[in-house]
Write a protein that binds this ligand. Structure first.
Ligand code: HEM
Length: 144
């Protein structure tokens, strides 16, 4: 397997892990908001931290893959014209990048406060929404 193949398999593998972490993060966020009246707990701290860490790992792997594609002379004109390629090389990286930034902010808030505000919950849910939009479900579950 070549270097790009190794990156892509690692990126896909961490993709599964991130799916589990994001699911745990949503449960922690909503139970904290509606179960613990916003009081920060260990479950929320841990799920937020690991979700953020693997967003950063995925960003690192993803950006290297993007750079490799650009150095191989990927033509952005044809990428933008093709919906699948546009999703894979523009919408997916860009949306996941914004989600990673939001998760970094949420983690900082969760770490440095005893309670979480509605604004932090909304930010967390927007990050999860972007993740769900940008996650290549067909590629992962239908093996497309
Ligand atoms: C949590 C965040 C992320 C997850 C769960 C994720 C997941 C995935 C998955 C499952 C694939 C399909 C791999 C395959 O076809 O075998 C993929 C492809 C890709 N991802 Fe991500 N990704 C994330 C973040 C990012 C970021 C931030 C970037 C770039 C900045 C990125 C760039 C790419 C690229 C370029 C591909 C296409 C690889 C190819 O088919 O040549 N990803 N991603």
């Amino acid at each position: 397997m070549d270097f790009y193949g190794i990156l892509k398999s690692a990126h896909k593998g961490f993709g599964y892990l991130e799916l589990l972490l994001v699911a745990l993060f949503i449960i922690a966020l909503l139970t904290t908001m509606f179960g613990f009246s916003g009081k920060v707990n260990k479950f929320l701290k841990k799920t937020t931290l690991f979700t953020m860490i693997f967003f950063h790992v995925q960003f690192l792997l993803g950006i290297i893959m993007l750079v490799i594609n650009f150095t191989k002379g990927m033509d952005m004109g044809s990428v933008m014209k093709n919906a699948d390629l546009r999703f894979q090389y523009v919408e997916h990286p860009f949306s996941m990048l914004i989600a990673a930034v939001l998760m970094t902010i949420v983690n900082k808030k969760v770490k440095s406060n005893d309670t979480i505000s509605l604004a932090v919950v909304i930010m967390g849910l927007i990050a999860v929404g972007l993740f769900a939009f940008a996650f290549p479900w067909a590629k992962v579950f239908a093996g497309a």
